[in-house]
Design a protein around this ligand. Structure first.
Ligand code: F6P
Length: 362
């Protein structure tokens, strides 16, 4: 009988529990293996060993739950870990300690579920001889090796619903509503939810915007009788060089919180200055990744979990599961990490948005 372990790392995302359930039902139910859950991502193999038994009972009723029953953490990266020496903090690669702790729990293989950061760690552990399989996760949909990540569909649904709600209040008050959404350096959430939610302006990290042109577009719309406008701004968007609205450091803009005046507020401030209209800002922040996963994300997460167990059964390590077209396939972790899937600035979807009359800031 094999023993396998599973952990969820990085920011949480809808569908993680579907993955855990898929892993356990396939590994325990079909193969008769034992599954150990590692708590709080790689932190559960670093600051002490935190594990729990995952049997069929442990995953009952979790399919529809957001978050992750195992907990997660986006600090405690073993590739860059703070170690105190002589009263000073040194940033060190402590991966070998993770391998040691992992070996001590007696598991034959690890399934690491996470985004780019988690998958990089998984690749390093594989290089150190650990039997690792990766599962991609992020609401940002910014991983190149898979057509889509689970969590993304739910996030687009949440933003679309928010835009529907904001339309009615914007229209009633004849306001400009600036809605800041997540996505880190990728504009997928902004673009797709902007299209599905009927936005008038969408600003993406991949297309530096001109605030003057944004104001001109809203003015034109007003002259044609549109007394309100919805502006969707990706958290990673920035203005063209030389224009006043510029982005600060990546850390300042992540997650839409814990920072002063994110890009949404800055854009709203500029629109207030150039147009005689009331402007309001909404930062959707972590609402986009909390709560119930959509059916699509439950299904994709489940299929990823089952496929990861298949790879372990075949002894096929150093791999990541991925969706290509309609099929779940595998690719190497090495190929999967490091290259981001950004919105093509002149791609079909951007062009379709522009043909619809949506202003993309250029
Ligand atoms: O990568 C997912 C994501 O939700 C990004 O869209 C966002 O920038 C970031 O994580 C926020 O992370 P946290 O607030 O957990 O640090």
């Amino acid at each position: 009988m094999k023993t396998i372990a599973v952990l969820t790392g990085g920011g949480d995302c809808p569908g993680l529990n579907a993955v855990i359930r898929g892993v356990v039902r396939s590994a325990v139910g079909t193969h008769g293996w034992r599954v150990i859950g590692i708590e709080d991502g790689f932190d559960g193999l670093l600051s002490g060993i935190k594990t729990r038994e995952l049997d069929l009972k442990a995953v009952r009723g979790i399919l529809q739950l957001g978050g992750t029953i195992l907990g997660t953490s986006n600090h405690g990266n073993p590739l860059h870990y703070p170690v105190m020496e002589d009263g000073e903090v040194h940033w060190m690669d402590v991966s070998s300690q993770v391998v040691e702790h992992f070996n001590s729990i007696g598991a034959d293989a690890l399934i690491a579920v996470g985004g780019d950061g988690t998958l990089k760690i998984a690749q390093r552990l594989y290089e150190l001889g650990m039997n690792v399989v990766g599962i991609p996760k992020t609401i940002d949909n910014d991983l190149k090796a898979t057509d889509v990540t689970f969590g993304y569909n739910t996030a687009v649904g949440v933003v679309t619903e928010a835009l529907d709600r904001l339309h009615t209040t914007a229209e009633s008050h004849h306001r400009v509503m600036v809605v800041e959404v997540m996505g880190r350096d990728a504009g997928w959430i902004a673009l797709e939810s902007g299209i599905s939610g009927g936005a008038d302006v969408i600003l993406l990290p991949e297309i530096p915007f001109s605030i003057e042109k944004v104001c001109a577009a809203i003015r034109r719309r007003r002259e044609r009788g549109g007394r309100f406008s919805i502006v969707v701004v990706a958290e990673g968007a920035s203005a063209l060089d030389g224009e006043q609205v510029v982005q600060e450091s990546a850390n300042n803009r992540r997650g839409g919180v814990d920072r002063l005046g994110g890009i949404g507020e800055q854009v709203a401030g500029q629109i207030t200055q150039c147009l005689d209209m009331e402007v309001r800002t909404v930062v959707l922040g972590h609402l986009q990744r909390g709560g119930t996963p959509s059916p699509f994300d439950r299904i994709l997460g489940t299929r990823f979990g089952v496929k990861a167990v298949d790879l372990i059964a075949d002894g096929d390590f150093g791999k990541m599961v991925a969706l290509r077209g309609r099929s779940v396939v595998s690719t190497t972790l090495a190929e999967a990490v490091g290259s981001l899937n950004l919105v093509p600035a002149h791609g079909e979807m951007v062009q379709a948005a522009e043909k619809l009359g949506i202003m993309l800031g250029r």
